[in-house]
Design a protein around this ligand. Structure first.
Ligand SMILES: Cc1cc2nc3c(=O)[nH]c(=O)nc-3n(C[C@H](O)[C@H](O)[C@H](O)COP(=O)(O)O)c2cc1C
Length: 351
């Protein structure tokens, strides 16, 4: 029997009944940054995933880049996340929280009037949606070298809080142009101190944030997400292949629960590059359907496959994939923000 997405797998500290992962998706339905009953209902509906990775969640108040996204840095949030974890576990599911510090992809409106922080004073082009409409990304404040270790420590603190909340682990968001990715990218990181310049120094923030979480809760409960060659949020890296070969090699030494790759289809073959340098458990994501997912798992290119939009629109996605049943159409207008509509009201097959 070939391995399929329905074959069980051991993922670090936990055993999963399938290789189907719900990809992290920001939904902007957490006013006050504390997960609420509606959020818990949304995740519980999707508990038939082998693993859920939550929406990007800030490990520190300085990392909040969008309206109504959750945090995990105080006791009220621990309580909110506990209800989410309990709801998913009651239905036999597993859930990692994605730790996302947005760095320069933010605005003082989300930061009590403070400037966003970043490796260098390079504003991202473009605009962010605030309570007062679209506003340009702000000029970031350059992080002092001696404040970076404290910021890195917030990943470990948040990981500890994740355990307190009963979540199964954490995923360090190193993808899509947020803070760790800003440190990695030469166009956003113009530093000449020990946090920038050479590839080793640009990779330090990501690797040390990962190590902070590992020291706090153990490598078998820590995953890392990367988007090699991705350009989202104005990331430019003329030698992305070397960057990600190095990062994958370094991460491979750490015995992580998994490495999660969002393949945004850049000019090079991302899965081949990563597989060459990373022999541990690998999740691939980006535009998958059942046939391609099974093919990549059967060939050993991936160990698990993450589905984003298909899971957003289909709470019972695994059952639909099993039966080759049709999928609900996603309603893009309700992706970011709003209420239960487009969130917890997508029908299941049984409905
Ligand atoms: C509404 C929405 C929100 C997203 N938010 C996040 C996020 O918080 N963190 C992240 O790493 N990726 C985020 N993504 C990217 C998805 O995790 C995924 O990589 C992308 O949707 C491609 O997978 P798919 O083709 O299966 O949808 C988001 C995508 C969507 C559609």
């Amino acid at each position: 029997m070939p391995t399929t997405i329905f074959s069980p797998i051991q993922l670090g500290a936990i055993s999963l009944p399938s290789r189907i992962v719900m990809a992290p998706m920001t939904r902007n339905r957490t006013p006050g940054q504390t997960p609420n009953a509606l959020n818990a209902a949304y995740y519980a509906q999707r508990a038939s995933a082998g693993l859920i990775v939550t929406e990007g969640t800030t490990p520190d108040a300085s990392g909040r880049g969008y309206i109504d996204i959750p945090g995990l840095y105080n006791q009220a949030q621990v309580k909110g996340w506990r209800a989410v974890a309990d709801g998913v576990h009651a239905k036999g599911g597993h859930i990692f929280v994605q730790l996302m510090h947005t760095g320069r992809i933010s605005h003082p409106d989300f930061l009590d009037g403070n400037q966003p922080v970043a490796p260098s004073a390079v504003a991202a082009p473009g605009e962010v949606y605030t309570h007062a409409g679209m506003k340009p990304y702000a000029q970031p404040r350059v992080l002092e070298a001696d404040e970076i270790p404290d910021l890195i420590e917030t990943y470990g603190c948040s990981a500890k809080l994740a355990m307190e909340a009963g979540l199964d682990g954490v995923e360090i968001h190193g993808a899509n142009g947020y803070l760790p990715n800003q440190f990695l990218a030469p166009n956003a990181n113009r530093r000449t101190d020990e946090w920038g310049g050479s590839l080793e120094k640009r990779a330090r923030f990501l690797l040390e944030a990962t190590d902070s979480a590992i020291s706090a809760i153990g490598a078998d409960r820590v995953g890392v997400r990367l988007s090699p060659g991705g350009v989202f949020n104005d990331i430019q890296d003329p030698d992305a292949e070397s960057t990600y070969a190095f990062v994958a090699t370094e991460l491979a030494k750490r015995n992580l629960a998994y490495l999660h790759i969002f393949n945004t289809k850049p000019a090079f073959d991302v899965p081949a590059l990563i597989r060459k340098h990373y022999k541990g458990t690998l999740i691939l994501n980006g535009g998958y359907d059942r046939a391609r997912a099974d093919a990549d798992v059967a060939s050993g290119l991936a160990d698990l496959i993450a589905f984003g939009v298909p899971f957003l629109a289909n709470p019972d996605l695994p059952e639909r994939l099993r039966r080759n049943a049709p999928l609900n159409e996603p309603d893009t207008a309700s992706f970011y923000g709003g209420d239960a509509h487009g969130y917890t009201d997508y029908p299941t097959l049984a409905a």
